[in-house]
Design a protein. Structure first.
Lengths: 282, 396
């Protein structure tokens, strides 16, 4: 079994990614794992070929996404699927799909001009996020129209959600296939321990929301940020292949899932998995 | 020398066919799957991949052919002329082959051994009794040896498409020995290098069932609750690994009390078993090992038979009973028996179900502990939630 993992380099101060453990477990199981760092290579596009039973798209850099897209285009199995990973990078598209699926989200607006947001502030604060942001970077709460000038430095459209005052801790919900895990943590998380938070037992309502998201996007490795406000849950962010911090035995669970996905692919397409598209068409 | 193997599934092809072919037998499969029969006749071969971690060795089993059981005359002819019959049809299908075997025996004048590769304690006797009902009164059935066997290899996968012209591949782990019940053999006894002829077959059977199979089931049922898909994943979970080792140790002490410590084996024997469970190359799925919980929860089967034996030896079988409690939670939607078990618990309650399925009363010591364990596990359980911790029974 061969698995390629599209990775991105992190600075050395970043603590405890789950991926090294996942790779170690898969390797112990006899899987040939190749770590692919697209940013570190000169890639001749014609040489991009399907050489693995499964590709795991862990990186979210532009180049990694493009390489995943190229592999998807020539018949590779990519986890999470490339088209969904692209959708989930864009909060505007994601928000619209969540709404259609009946997933509760705060009222959400998008504009290219900060002054358009001024009338909305009359009825309460807004949370502004980079429309392609992640890990809470660039997120700010705007209470007053005076603060809108500060948004001019943000590149790209402004993604604005009605601020819902959270009750208690933030809730992170993770899906690994049909399995749903909850971790509650303080926000903002300042230390590694803060990020780990603590597991909580998922309520049927949160499970339903998580599984509805999973079904809607057709994606198996998923993270949701949920806040509870006035007793109601709101999904405020969705991530493809999150870090699963705080999920007990996360590395083993992910390795188990990835192994099953590769095995499934291998059984479905025993000879096709490693063939480039040109050969398949012949 | 000719060997007829009834059944062309994983054990039939991946173990019996491989072993007998290597021992010099001309192998003919008698099978009810016409696609597989056609495939074997078209190609005359298949492959067996024996995998241990990253080490894999593939063997070609060639010169084989097959007949369809639907062609009764051809099937009887094969069984009538063979030097050895092996069944590998699964315990629940064993009775269904009895009429065919009976027809074949009536055409023979020479003695013959029939091995049941079904991992059943009384596989040989069971088949013999079913065959006897299909024979005329006074038939000299004693000329034929019906022997149960104990197969060491786990064959977990059949890869490939029998409609194609690529040989099928059967994936298993390397062990190649099997134990045969000596008490029912008739001369001439087949000469197969890896065959262990055992006078105390029942003891071997109990050792395998109560130590290896009990550990396997413990790993599967706890692994299911913790959300793993494979045995090799579950055994890597520290809590499950400890529980499996302790469950097997409980059973081992029960076996030692009856058959002696040397026969029961020590920690090294358990370690060997754990390493087999950790072998990812055979991709042994939790759903395969856990399936049919009714059978696995029966009074004398792997978990509760072992628990009873341990109890009689003065060992409280905590881990075996927890594994049995986990088995009572097994609710894989793809497993019809699991759904039936959960329905019975819902409709009649845990205690009556336990009494019917496992023969345990809630007021005896083992039954009481099992019910307590089951209650602990099912508190806050929603059926589709994942157990995060065995020690604290914390559900995701």
């Amino acid at each position: 079994m061969k698995i390629g993992i599209l990775m991105m380099e992190h600075n050395k101060t970043r603590q405890q990614s789950v991926m090294p453990d996942v790779v170690q477990i898969l390797t112990d199981w006899g899987v040939a794992v190749d770590l692919i760092y697209p940013e570190q290579e000169l890639i001749e596009i014609a040489n991009i070929r399907v050489e693995h039973d499964l590709y795991v798209l862990k990186a979210s850099t532009n180049l990694a996404m493009s390489v995943a897209g190229a592999l998807h285009g020539i018949g590779a199995a990519v986890l999470n699927p490339y088209p969904v990973a692209v959708i989930l990078r864009d909060k505007i598209v994601t928000e619209r799909i969540l709404r259609t699926a009946g997933v509760p989200t705060p009222d959400t607006f998008v504009t290219d001009r900060a002054e358009h947001l001024a009338p909305l502030l009359a009825t309460g604060p807004l949370i502004i996020k980079p429309y392609r942001g992640s890990r809470g970077r660039g997120v700010r709460v705007v209470w007053d129209a005076d603060e809108l000038d500060e948004l001019s430095s943000i590149d790209g459209p402004l993604f604005a959600q009605r601020y819902q005052k959270p009750e208690g801790l933030d809730r992170k919900i993770y899906c690994i296939g049909e399995q749903v895990f909850g971790v509650e943590r303080v926000w903002p998380a300042l230390s590694y321990e803060d990020k780990l938070g603590r597991p909580f037992t998922i309520t049927p309502e949160l499970r339903d929301i998580a599984l509805r998201c999973r079904r809607t996007f057709g994606v198996d490795l998923l993270g949701l940020d949920v806040i509870i406000s006035d007793g109601r849950p709101y999904v405020v962010d969705v991530n493809s292949f999150p870090g699963f911090k705080g999920v007990p035995d996360a590395a083993l669970r992910l390795a188990d899932y990835i192994f099953a996905a590769a095995e499934h692919r291998r059984q479905q397409h025993p000879s096709r998995a490693r063939q480039p598209l040109e050969e398949m068409q012949q | 020398m000719k060997a007829a193997i009834i059944g062309s599934g994983r054990i039939g092809c991946g173990f019996a066919g491989h072993l007998l072919s290597a021992a010099g037998y001309e192998v003919v499969f008698v099978a009810r799957n016409p696609i597989m029969v056609s495939h074997l006749n078209r190609l005359g071969c298949y492959r067996v991949r024996l995998a241990n971690g990253r080490d894999q060795t593939e063997y070609a089993v060639s010169g084989v052919r097959a007949v369809d059981t639907a062609d009764r005359a051809a099937s009887v002819a094969v069984l009538a002329e063979t030097d050895l019959i092996v069944t590998a049809v699964g315990p629940t299908n064993l009775a269904s082959v009895a009429p065919l075997v009976a027809d074949a025996l009536q055409t023979r004048s020479t003695p013959l051994n029939i091995f049941t590769f079904e991992n059943l304690a009384d596989g040989g006797a069971h088949l013999r009794s079913k065959v006897a009902t299909c024979l005329p009164e006074g038939f000299p059935l004693d000329r034929f040896g019906f022997s149960g066997t104990l197969v060491s290899r786990a064959v977990t996968q059949r890869l490939g498409n029998p409609l194609s012209d690529e040989p099928m591949v059967f994936v298993g782990d390397p062990p190649d020995s099997f134990v045969v019940d000596a008490t029912h053999l008739v001369a001439p006894v087949p000469a197969i290098a890896s065959m262990i002829v055992a006078d105390n077959f029942a003891a071997w059977m109990r050792r395998k069932l109560y130590i290896f199979s009990a550990g396997h089931a413990t790993c599967a049922y706890l692994g299911y609750l913790k959300g793993y898909r494979y045995i090799h994943s579950a055994i890597r979970d520290g809590e499950i690994r400890s529980a499996v080792v302790e469950a097997m140790a409980e059973a081992q002490r029960g076996i030692a009390a009856i058959y002696g410590e040397a026969f029961a084996g020590g920690p090294a024997h358990l370690q060997e078993i754990i390493e087999r469970f950790a072998n990812a190359a055979i991709t042994d799925s939790i759903s395969r090992v856990a399936r049919d919980p009714f059978r696995k929860l029966a009074s004398e089967d792997r978990l509760l038979g072992a628990a009873r034996l341990a109890w009689e030896a003065g060992v409280h079988p905590h881990q075996l009973l927890r594994a049995a409690a986990a088995a009572y939670c097994f609710s894989d939607p793809a497993d019809a028996h699991a759904a039936e078990l959960q329905k019975e618990i819902r409709v009649t309650g845990m205690r009556p179900t336990m009494r019917r399925v496992s023969g345990l009363k809630a007021d005896d010591r083992l039954g009481r502990t099992l019910v307590t364990r089951w209650r602990q596990l099912t508190r806050h359980w929603h059926g589709d939630s994942v157990l995060l911790s065995l020690s604290h029974v914390h559900w995701a």
